[in-house]
Design a binder for this molecule. Structure first.
Ligand SMILES: [Zn+2]
Length: 407
């Protein structure tokens, strides 16, 4: 493995860095910290925790959700360890009684990673966590998202209007970014410009100009959206719209003929529209701009080698609210060599797609209750999360329990 190489994000605080040379440039400590972060990155950890206790500092990696002890560092070195991370992240080493945050980049071989450090004063010194973001290239194609054929065709149609807002919503961690990027890749032609403005750049998309806000920026997220639109992209992606200013900037962006893909948090495709109305936008502006509202969840994918089919009990139909086809089966996880005995391999997404209809748009403008609007959309055969989930459970992609728990 090549040695990890750091690039400190902020180089302004020369004074601090000088002061630190005497304190933390004790080579042993620097090496210890760098090795700890390198080891964590090699293992694909999402976080490295530096936990101060009375006589020592324990370093643990979070790998796939669980913390695993990596090493213990002598108690007298605690302060120097924290200082090394502060220097890397451009934090102030003279301040130990306030929480601080910093950012730095590193490369590990040909792999680029971004690191976010956060400190907090505790009874035995400062506790630090370093969160690691691995930059990957997005190569995901729309066909790989796992949409049904009908939904895929409908969704593609709305994208190919090449005009208006496409909402991609769901719970955090539901794969919305992946979906949005796959849409960009689907649409982007050689002669066009795609740009993205996102709080975190998780994947680098080839031929897409990506930007993200920095802590020191003296402009708002919405200002960033406006600046991006002034660059005249044909396809714009905005990560996480949260307030009226953000939405207005996106809608204004659609006035020029362009697709604006907006990621947001919401329970379903209709409530995504409602959330935007709640931010204070005029309903007619919203319905005039939105061309599709896609909502999604990410569920554990059953291992195809060991899943066990079972016949559902009759009572389940009542609970689901509709009749299952005859001879239908759901599947349970079992565990085999191929899935590390977990019964699951990777993830599968379930989707809900709302395509605007005149009737539903009228109801939105009339500010009818969310539930009534949703019922109307369902009557018009909107593919719901629940239906899509049950279909995928019947195919053995996911368990019925996971589908129901995710709604
Ligand atoms: Zn298996």
């Amino acid at each position: 493995m090549p040695k990890i190489e750091f690039e400190s994000a902020r180089k302004k605080k020369d004074q601090d860095i000088k002061a630190l040379r005497s304190a933390a440039d004790e080579l042993a400590v620097v090496e210890e910290v760098d090795n700890a972060i390198q080891q964590a990155a090699e293992k694909g950890a999402s976080e490295v925790h530096f936990e101060p206790y009375e006589t020592k500092m324990v370093v643990r990696n979070r790998v796939q959700g669980e913390l695993i002890i990596q090493r213990a560092i002598k108690g007298k070195l605690k302060g120097n360890v924290v200082n090394r991370i502060k220097v890397l992240g451009g934090m102030d080493i003279t301040k130990t009684k306030i929480p601080q945050s910093g950012f730095f980049r590193a490369t590990l071989g040909d792999r680029a990673i971004e690191l976010y450090g956060h400190t907090m004063p505790t009874m035995y010194g400062e506790k630090v966590v370093v969160c690691i973001q691995y930059k990957k290239s997005a190569t995901m194609r729309m066909q790989e998202l796992g949409m049904t054929k009908t939904m895929m065709t409908n969704f593609q149609k709305s994208l190919l209007q090449r005009n208006g807002m496409i909402l991609v919503s769901g719970s955090p961690g539901s794969g919305r970014r992946t979906t949005a990027y796959s849409c960009v890749l689907e649409l982007l032609q050689e002669t066009q410009l795609a740009m993205g403005w996102d709080p975190v750049i998780k994947y680098e998309v080839e031929r897409m100009v990506q930007a993200k806000p920095e802590e020191k920026d003296e402009f708002s997220f919405a200002d960033g959206i406006k600046a991006m639109m002034r660059q005249e992209p044909d396809i714009a992606y905005v990560g996480d719209i949260q307030c009226l200013d953000d939405v207005l900037a996106c809608i204004q962006g659609t006035f020029a003929k362009r697709v604006v893909l907006c990621r947001m948090t919401s329970n379903n495709a209709i409530s995504a529209m409602q959330n935007i109305l709640d931010m204070g936008i005029q309903p007619f502006l919203l319905v005039a701009s939105v061309k599709a509202s896609l909502n999604q969840r990410l569920l554990r994918r059953l291992c195809p080698h060991c899943r066990v089919p079972y016949e559902p009990e009759k009572a389940i139909e009542l609970e689901l609210g509709f009749r299952l086809p005859p001879d239908s089966h759901f599947y349970r996880p079992k565990g085999c060599e191929k899935c590390g005995n977990s019964g699951f391999v990777g993830f599968a997404a379930i989707f809900e797609l709302y395509l605007p209809s005149e009737e539903v748009n009228k109801m939105i403008v009339a500010k009818e209750p969310l539930q009534t609007i949703r019922q109307q959309a369902m009557q018009e055969k909107m593919a719901s999360l629940k239906m899509d989930g049950i279909m995928k459970a019947l195919r053995g992609w996911v368990t019925l329990e996971d589908v129901l728990l995710s709604l």
